[in-house]
Each structure stands twice: as C-alpha cells, then as structure tokens.
Design a protein around this ligand. Structure first.
Ligand SMILES: NC(=O)c1ccc[n+]([C@@H]2O[C@H](COP(=O)([O-])OP(=O)(O)OC[C@H]3O[C@@H](n4cnc5c(N)ncnc54)[C@H](OP(=O)(O)O)[C@@H]3O)[C@@H](O)[C@H]2O)c1
Length: 362
C-alpha cells in the first residue's frame, strides 16, 4: 500500500546525531513528508542550517550523506511549542529526561515513534524491532484505551539491543534460548553530540563502561523476545549478561555474543537459520527495508565496522565468526555488527512507522 496523500510528520530532536539521520531517512520518502523540525530552545527560531552551525562557523553535520537543501532552510521550532494542527505523526530523537514530558504531551494527540528510553519499560508500551516482534504493536491500542490518548508512544530499543535481538530472534524461535553473554564495542556516535565522548578520552583507548547501558540491554532484550499474551508481554526467561564498552569507531556497534540454545545445534544449521530470518517481514516491501535483515559472513576477519556498517544501507545486521562454544550448555558464539544511527536509530524508527502505517495503526 502507498498512503495518499503522504503523512505529514514532525521531528523533535532534529539537530542531534540521531535527528540528523532522520533527515537523511525522510528525504523524498514516499509515505512521509517531513514538515516540522523541532529541537531545544537553543535552536528555536533559527534555520536548521544555522542551528547546527557553531559559533566558529563550523556546520556540525555528522551524516555521510549531504544535508538535504530543503531541510537546511526550514525553521526550527521549540519542541515544547510544537503545533500538531497539521501533523499526523511525530518522530522523537531527544534524550530520555526531556523526552518523557514531551512524548506524553504529543502522544495524547498523535502517534509518537521514539528513539528514547522514556517509556520503554512500561507494561503497555512495546519496544519495536523490524522483523523481530512487530506483533507487539497491538499494545498501542491498550495505551490509547487506558491512557485516553488519541495517539501512542512506540519506542525502538537502545541501539546496542537492536543488533543483539535481530541475531537472537531467529535462534530463540528455532532452537530456544537459555542464556546470553554479550560484550559490546560501541561507536562514538552512539553517545550523541551533547556532551558526546571527548576525543581525549576515546582516542587510542577503550572505555570499559557506558552509564546505564548494560541494564537497558538486559531488560530490553528479554521484553522484545518475549511472548505477547493478550495485551501484555511475557518477557523471555533467559539469563542475559552484558558488558558495554566504547571504542574509537565513528559508527557501527560490534558485539561479541555467546548464546546457550535450547538444544545442541550444528553450526551450519545456525548459519542457515540466521540467513533465512525475516523473509515474511521483508516480503511486505516496506520502503526502508533492506534486502536481508541478517547477512552471514564466513570470512573470519569480518564483520568490521569500517567495512560492513553500510550493509543494506545500514539496515542489515552482519554476523560472522560463528563457532561452537564450550562453556555454555548448547553454546554458540558469534560477532555481530549493527549500524547504531541507521537501523539502531533513525531509519529503523522510520521502518517501524512504515509498518504501523501498513497495519493501519498510524
Ligand atoms: N546516537 C545514537 O546512535 C542513538 C541510537 C539510538 C537511540 N538514540 C537515542 O536518541 C535520542 C537522541 O540521541 P542523540 O544521540 O541524537 O543525542 P544528541 O546528539 O545529543 O541530540 C540531542 C537532541 O535533543 C535536543 N534536545 C536537547 N534537550 C532538549 C529539550 N529539553 N527539549 C527538546 N529537545 C532537546 C537537542 O536539541 P539542540 O540541538 O537544540 O540542543 C538535539 O536535537 C536519545 O534518547 C538517545 O538515547 C541515539
């Protein structure tokens, strides 16, 4: 289906790292027309180009793709003053503290697709990942009924959770999943730009701690891989142990994963299962979907962020180094790479919105 006319969408947090990626994802989008750009009071009243240009005249645009000219000239409004009169849907890319009140106000009127954690852990809120758990989307109806909202909040996960659950979902479905041990090597862009990660901290270095990240990954992965029972989610019963580190990479989160499956499975079968994942979802032909959700490589030196993060336009999770694991029962090991600002943020959120529209939920 192709909605006619296109849905008019607003973007809050338009000037940030994730927000900039939304501009790229929504340029000439066949279903969505980006009509309103919003950020903090700091940016309000400026053109978008002025808002991302610092006092020294440096335009702080972080995408590889050029800033779309039409958006550069658009005015930026204060998110708190966002006028929803001519808006059908809002994307938010704001830090969770500020997102809470903002998303609550917006969701009372229109659907809100959020990159923040503000609502992720509430019982009536799904955490949506393309191809993995979109059946959880029906929870938005419960939100509308119980909260009296015309819209709803539909968050995507933390960007480290995204690649992890995409790789784990087919294994959980086909073989069962008991335990997961994951160590991430996360890109700098994942920290955003305010305050972001200081060059002096990360250059020639690995930072072994990211505040609040490990708890998010552990909690979100259980919820996302959980079962929908009526209008509630029963989290998957699995032990998850996450260690999250920051490395000197611009974009693309790498994760070393050991998983204990429900039974012993030959590695070739695991690879086939990963390769086949998501066919039904991909056959919907949604505009931002890649050709494959997971790409499996046999090259023992891959995936690498610099080489592989662009797979499927940043929407394909690349999995390599598949091996048996001698420590966990029925254990397998792999290394995955997921683009944190594309599938893990903006373009992933746009793909979720496309699905919600396709399902008649937006
Ligand atoms: N970076 C990633 O890879 C990634 C991935 C997945 C999810 N996320 C999530 O996306 C959200 C944004 O992250 P980011 O990395 O893009 O951060 P960022 O680069 O620091 O950008 C923050 C954005 O929020 C705006 N903002 C700040 N305070 C605000 C307020 N009080 N009211 C309204 N807007 C406000 C900023 O506007 P001004 O420019 O006007 O200050 C800017 O547009 C966070 O919740 C983050 O967890 C990020």
């Amino acid at each position: 289906m192709s909605p006619n006319p296109r849905r008019r969408v607003a973007l809050a947090g338009a000037t940030g790292v994730a927000g900039q990626q939304f501009l790229v994802s929504l340029e000439n989008h066949p279903w969505f027309e980006l009509t309103t750009l919003a950020a903090s009071q700091r940016s309000a009243g400026k053109s978008y180009a002025e808002a991302i240009t610092d006092a020294a005249g440096h335009r702080q645009w972080f995408c590889e793709e050029p800033l779309p000219e039409a958006f550069a000239r658009m005015p930026v409004v204060d998110s708190d003053q966002l006028d929803l009169k001519d808006v059908d849907l809002v994307f938010t890319a704001v830090e969770s503290g500020a997102a809470r009140a903002l998303e609550e106000r917006l969701a009372a009127r229109v659907p809100v697709i959020s990159t923040s954690s503000a609502f992720r852990y509430e019982d009536d809120v799904p955490i949506l990942v393309p191809g993995v758990n979109l059946e959880h989307a029906v929870l938005v109806k419960r939100q509308q009924r119980e909260r009296g909202w015309k819209g709803y909040v539909a968050p995507i996960p933390n960007c480290t959770t995204t690649g992890l659950v995409i790789a784990l979902a087919p294994l959980a479905r086909s073989f069962g999943l008991r335990s997961v041990v994951m160590t991430s090597m996360q890109a700098i862009s994942g920290a955003g730009r305010s305050p972001g990660v200081a060059a002096l901290d990360v250059l020639d270095n690995v930072i072994p701690y990211i505040a609040n990240e490990e708890g998010k990954v552990e909690r979100e992965s259980r919820k996302i891989l959980g079962r929908l029972e009526g209008e509630r989610i029963e989290p998957l019963e699995m032990a998850v142990s996450a260690t999250c580190t920051r490395v000197n990479v611009r974009d693309g989160h790498t994760e070393a994963v050991t998983a204990g499956l429900g039974r012993r499975v030959p590695i070739g079968e695991v690879a086939d299962c990963l390769r086949a994942f998501g066919r039904e979802f991909l056959d919907l032909g949604l505009p931002s979907a890649p050709a494959e959700l997971i790409q499996v490589t046999d090259d023992p030196y891959r995936p690498q962020p610099r080489i592989d993060r662009g797979a499927g336009g940043g929407m394909t999770t690349v999995v390599g180094r598949l091996r048996e694991d001698p420590v966990l029962a029925n254990g397998i090991r792999l290394v995955l790479l997921s683009h944190n600002t594309k599938m893990g943020a903006a373009k992933g959120a746009v793909l979720v919105a496309e699905y919600l529209l396709h399902r008649g939920l937006a």
